[in-house]
Design a binder for this molecule. Structure first.
Ligand code: GLA
Length: 397
């Protein structure tokens, strides 16, 4: 649905004219489970977006309605829930609660949300809701924080309010992604660079249709396993604060000192950081074949060492092999279901989709959704365009 459509629905629902803010989902090309280890990631924003329409109210009520869910929520800003209520509105409430801790929300508001990002598929529908809501409520207050800060406060909302201990990758690229580019992010310093994706390559995203919703406990367990690795390795290398600080040589030297499971988790993270570096160089050099091979290695590592793949993800990755125009692919996002991402020549993308759907269905009996994507703009690009149109100048960066 376009912005005009949502505006009309809002006017019908609430009788006033809203402002509409949008933010995209993302697909991660390489660098999985490295963000919370202070490491490196290489995601891009994609064309699926979440829109949040907002208008102030005369009272202190927050009324939240979604095009995609039937339940409607009302809260009083004075008696705001402290923890999640267990519904779609949690991501908006989390953002409001983090913003409120910085400065009081100026007035009550009516909110209508519409999300296009497939839910539970590892394409960051939650980050898209958080970022679009943060922009909406900042506009209500007339304050805009710089985009990296917006990403951080959205991450905080998810960590503290929703209760998922996610890293910064999804929110950051939803804010700052750029069309035609992947974004290589240093998750410790938040320095980033834009890495061009060749025009003739598409990102074909294959949804296994197995939702990853149940995976929260495993995700947090992986984080703990990484922390345990750091604690043990710090006995020999006291300067180590996160797995980001550990080289392959240091890890292998102490392989015998780590419990086998912890060693496997650390091996994935340490080598995955290297793959991000190498992959970035390969893309800068236009070497898509090398990048594709690194994606394959990343998948094997996530499957065998980090143990976050699933039977369906493995089948989907395997199904791509040998198809014309295919450079490489892997599971993307947190894992345990969700999607694979595949680099495919633009001219071959349509037959690739037909064939992979067929192959996956033959093996699993499931009809997958497959999307042909290109790297899209993050929320900041659209805001900047809007500022230019309105010739107003809120500070973004
Ligand atoms: C989820 C989290 C991200 C990241 C990935 C794994 O998408 O939201 O922060 O940790 O898993 O790379």
């Amino acid at each position: 649905m376009n912005t005009e459509g949502l505006t009309r629905r809002f006017e019908k629902e609430f009788g006033s004219k809203p402002k509409v803010f949008t933010a995209p989902g993302r697909v991660n090309l390489i660098g999985e489970h490295t963000d919370y280890n202070d490491g490196f990631v290489l995601p891009c924003a994609i064309g699926f977006r979440t829109q949040v329409a907002i208008a102030p109210r005369d009272d202190r009520k927050l009324v939240l309605v979604s095009e995609d869910f039937s339940d409607r929520f009302e809260f009083d800003l004075g008696q705001f829930p402290r923890v999640r209520v267990g519904a779609w509105c949690d991501y908006i409430l989390g953002v409001v609660s983090v913003l409120q801790a910085i400065e009081p929300i100026a007035s009550g508001a009516n909110v209508l949300m519409h999300g296009e990002v497939p839910i539970g598929s590892g394409l960051s529908s939650s980050a898209a809701v958080e970022v679009a809501s943060a922009l909406a409520f900042m506009s209500l207050n007339g304050t805009f924080f710089p985009m990296p800060q917006v990403a951080k406060l959205c991450q905080r909302a998810e960590n503290t309010f929703v209760g998922a201990r996610v890293g910064i990758m999804d929110q950051f690229v939803s804010c700052l992604g750029k069309a035609g580019h992947a974004l290589r992010l240093d998750c410790r310093s938040l320095d980033f660079e834009l890495v061009p994706i060749p025009d003739n390559v598409r990102l074909v995203i294959c949804n296994t249709m197995v939702k990853h919703g149940h995976a929260g406990g495993e995700y947090n367990r992986r984080r703990e396993e990484c922390d345990e690795g750091v604690r043990i390795l710090a006995r020999w290398y006291p300067g180590i604060k996160a797995l980001r600080d550990v080289s392959v040589e240091q890890l292998e030297k102490h392989a015998g000192d780590l419990p086998p499971t912890i060693l496997k988790r650390c091996r994935h993270v340490v080598t995955e950081n290297q793959r991000v570096m190498e992959g970035t160089e390969a893309l800068f050099a236009g070497d898509v074949a090398r990048f594709g091979d690194l994606m394959r290695e990343s998948h094997r590592s996530l499957r065998d060492l980090y143990a976050v793949s699933s039977e369906e993800l493995d089948i989907m990755v395997e199904a791509a092999e040998g198809l014309p125009g295919y450079w490489g692919g892997r599971m993307t996002g947190g894992g345990f279901g969700g999607c694979t991402v595949n680099l495919v020549n633009a001219d071959d993308a349509a037959p690739f989709v037909r064939e992979i759907k067929k192959r996956y269905h033959e093996k699993t009996g499931i009809d997958p959704d497959v999307y042909i994507c290109a790297a899209a703009d993050g929320a900041s690009a659209e805001l900047r365009a809007r500022e230019r149109d309105a010739s107003s100048t809120p500070v973004l960066e």
